[in-house]
Design a protein around this ligand. Structure first.
Ligand code: GLC
Length: 472
């Protein structure tokens, strides 16, 4: 079976969030299970891309509205990432430094989708399945079925995987002329409430769709930025498959990015060493509980509540807690965190930006991580944390609810809270502090956490089973 994963992010080529981690791992695990999986993504002006000699495998061109666009497809051999990688370059659109943040990103993703289809059509590439990831490639299922030029591709089955339904790729209809020619009788399959909506179009036109956890699938029918009804209507082709983690990258016993390697047997002394070095480097005390937040400063991640949580905690409590924050995003959130940081400085350390190596160090050093998400389709940080014996404090939504069991329940190993309020988060932190003060209990949940199996093996197989169903 031949499967192409189509995505605009893939670790380590270009990463903004968890989408990259999934697309950088899933195909590798699928190949181990015997299928021919590869990744196709845009070419970016990034260090990774420029550090390899890429082979040119195809060139071509097409019209996007009144503009003629040239494309080049580059190939990187399987030996580098564990799967073949194809990068599509379109000067002016797919040659940028960043993945997101451009005013014309609709045109950018239209160029990617059109170039991809043009390439496979004209080079006789006929995958059995195209697994599209998120709205940036959401028009593919529609174009395969109703694009004038792509009739020959219409038998290819599509699985559309939703990593985040909050973003749908809305486009004004005046951009309709930029799409490759399509059967205009079918325009309704592109439309949602008067705009072109790539996510809704994908849900309608794909052969099946999946979300990155069961829990999130259940939530989308209640809250999906206007698409709730659609998710109810199309639920007969919906599947929830929880993400895994790439153990080649996330195993503390052989992680080259952490100071002191450890396993479940040596976790206590291992984490202690990592904590000492990390805290010294960050200018915070290594006494007490070290709590970390890693992630984008985005509304859906609940990062806007962090400043108030810290302020509330430190103005009312003994200071048995130190906090490390690593992230970037919304400027107001960053400014609020900065202000609290200056108030309680040696208790809090912050790093504004994206730093993969520092994230590894932080997981190895921390006692707990906090994920106060409003919405969390799966969440990977809690899974990385668990592997490093770092206990998650999470809001019980989406994938967090599916993967973290509260210590009050049988076999529990985390702290789960329900309400998105400062009080409820501070309360969960207090519960963690309390647990932490009882050495035996803490050591038990740490070991339990490390023993859990969230590797990709199981979930990669579930995707394959689903592809097989579609091919029947
Ligand atoms: C998105 C979601 C996150 C998920 C990730 C990978 O970033 O917000 O919850 O884990 O995609 O699927």
């Amino acid at each position: 079976m031949n499967v192409i994963h189509l995505s605009v992010e893939c670790y380590p080529v270009a990463k903004v969030g968890g989408l990259a981690d999934v697309v950088g791992a899933l195909p590798k695990y699928q190949r181990k299970l015997g299928i021919d999986a590869s990744v196709v993504m845009p070419w970016y002006d990034k260090p990774f891309v420029k550090s390899y000699e890429l082979e040119i495998v195809a060139e071509g061109g097409f019209n996007q509205g009144s503009q003629y666009l040239d494309y080049t497809v580059f190939h990187l051999d399987e030996s580098i990432l564990g799967f073949p990688l194809y990068l599509i370059k379109v000067p002016g659109f797919l040659d940028r430094e960043e993945v997101y943040g451009y005013a014309d990103d609709s045109e950018q993703w239209l160029a990617f989708q059109h170039a991809f289809l043009h390439w496979i059509l004209n080079n006789n590439i006929r995958p059995d399945i195209i697994n599209c990831h998120d709205h940036h490639v959401g028009l593919i299922p529609f174009l395969l079925k109703h694009g004038n030029d792509f009739k020959e591709l219409s038998n290819i089955k599509t699985l559309f995987t939703i990593h985040n339904g909050q973003y749908q790729g809305w486009m004004n209809w005046n951009k309709g002329i930029l799409l490759p020619g399509f059967d205009t009788w079918k325009w309704g399959l592109l439309d949602w409430s008067g705009s072109i909506n790539p996510l809704s179009s994908a849900i309608r036109c794909c052969d099946a769709y999946s979300t990155v956890s069961e829990g999130y699938l259940g939530e989308l029918v209640h809250e999906a930025k206007g698409l709730e009804g659609l998710f109810i209507e199309q639920s007969y082709k919906a599947h929830g498959i929880v993400n895994g983690i790439d153990l080649d990258i996330w195993t503390p016993a052989n992680d080259p990015l952490i100071n002191s390697k450890y396993n479940a047997r040596t976790v206590k002394s291992g984490k202690k060493k990592n904590k000492q070095i990390f805290c010294e480097k960050s200018g915070i005390s290594s006494e007490g509980l070290l709590l970390t937040y890693i992630g984008r400063f985005a509304h859906e991640k609940g990062a806007d509540i962090l400043a108030a949580v810290m302020d509330n905690y430190y103005s009312n409590n003994e200071k048995k807690l130190t906090i490390f924050i690593l992230g970037s995003g919304d400027e107001q959130i960053q400014a609020d965190i900065k202000q609290v940081f200056s108030k309680y400085a040696p208790k809090i350390a912050v790093y504004f930006g994206y730093n993969e190596a520092l994230a590894h160090e932080a997981y190895a050093a921390s006692d707990v991580i906090l994920m106060p998400s409003r919405v969390e389709p799966c969440g990977l940080n809690q899974l990385y944390a668990l592997k490093y014996g770092t206990i998650p404090i999470v809001r019980g939504v989406g994938g967090l609810k599916d993967t973290v069991i509260d210590v009050n329940e049988e076999e529990g190993y985390g702290f789960v809270f329900k309400d998105f309020t400062v009080e409820s988060i501070v309360n969960a932190i207090q519960r963690a502090l309390d647990y932490y003060s009882k050495e035996k209990k803490w050591s038990d949940i740490t070991k339990k956490a490390m023993s859990l199996d969230f590797s990709w093996d199981k979930s990669a197989q579930k995707y394959i089973d689903l592809y097989n169903q579609l091919l029947k």
